[in-house]
Ligand binder design. Structure first.
Ligand code: ADP
Ligand code: MG
Length: 235
């Protein structure tokens, strides 16, 4: 009898954990592979945030997505988890298969860290290409044939002209993160140039805290029939 209490305490905890996993909208109900779920758990994410709950399944299904939600709402994992899952599912090495563009060096480095953390149990290879780092170091990263490139637009375009054999034709998954800032910072031309170098069949995602008219216009022109997921500031 005395032994009963701790055992049932543990059982209760297990049951609660089981219930969380089966809750509609949990990461566990999204059809993710075990190594991706493990990465999510290791990162400490227990339940998806609202933008993740809505945008992640759409991206996972292969749709183009425009995701708009305030800063701090968890937009990074909303595009990184489907990226990892989709690349993992077709793991034939075929040059860079995913590109994430960010407006600043700091943001690119941050996003690259999240890609590595969430993808730590996959064998996908990543490179981060930002201004301020030596070109030589980046040549070496590219020589390792990364599956995923996280970059600022200027440095990516520069490397595309410098590195023979580097091409975006193989890109299947392209993300514009902090797209409002990419445009505010005057990257519109570079972005168009990057887009023009990628294959037609790719999936494109655009994430932003705000969606000014020019950006919505770009999304309609550059994305294929995108699903708009918009969470208002107070949700
Ligand atoms: P955004 O890009 O929308 O500004 P981030 O993707 O940078 O937001 O996420 C903001 C913070 O929330 C980060 O510290 C991130 O690790 C954390 N976070 C994201 N998703 C989850 C989750 N599902 N559970 C717990 N924390 C999360
Ligand atoms: Mg962000």
């Amino acid at each position: 009898w005395e032994d009963d209490a701790p055992v049932s305490g543990r059982r209760l905890k297990k049951e609660r954990e089981q219930k969380r996993k089966l809750k509609p909208g949990s990461f566990e109900t999204m059809g993710l592979s075990p190594e991706i779920l493990r990465g999510i758990k290791r990162k400490g994410y227990r339940l998806p945030t609202p933008i993740q709950r809505r945008a992640l399944p759409l991206a996972l299904s292969g749709q183009d997505v425009v995701g708009m939600a305030r800063t701090g709402s968890g937009k990074t994992a909303a595009f990184v988890v489907p990226l990892l899952e989709r690349l993992r599912a077709h793991s034939v090495r075929a040059g860079a298969r995913a590109v994430v563009l960010a407006p600043t060096r700091e943001l690119a480095l941050q996003t690259h860290k999240v890609v590595k953390e969430l993808g730590r149990y996959t064998d996908l290879r990543t490179a981060v290409l930002v201004g301020g780092d030596s070109m030589e170091a980046q040549f070496a990263e590219l020589a390792a044939n990364p599956d995923i490139i996280v970059a600022t637009p200027g440095r990516l375009l520069h490397l595309l002209t410098e590195v023979e054999g580097l091409s975006l034709r193989t890109v299947q998954y392209c993300v514009f993160d902090e797209a409002d800032r990419l445009f505010e910072m005057g990257f519109a031309e570079q972005i168009r140039s990057v887009l023009a170098q990628m294959g037609e069949g790719r999936q494109t995602l655009l994430f932003s805290a705000t969606l000014p008219a020019a950006l919505a216009e770009f999304a309609r022109a550059g994305l294929k029939d995108p699903a708009f997921v918009r969470l208002d500031a107070d949700t």
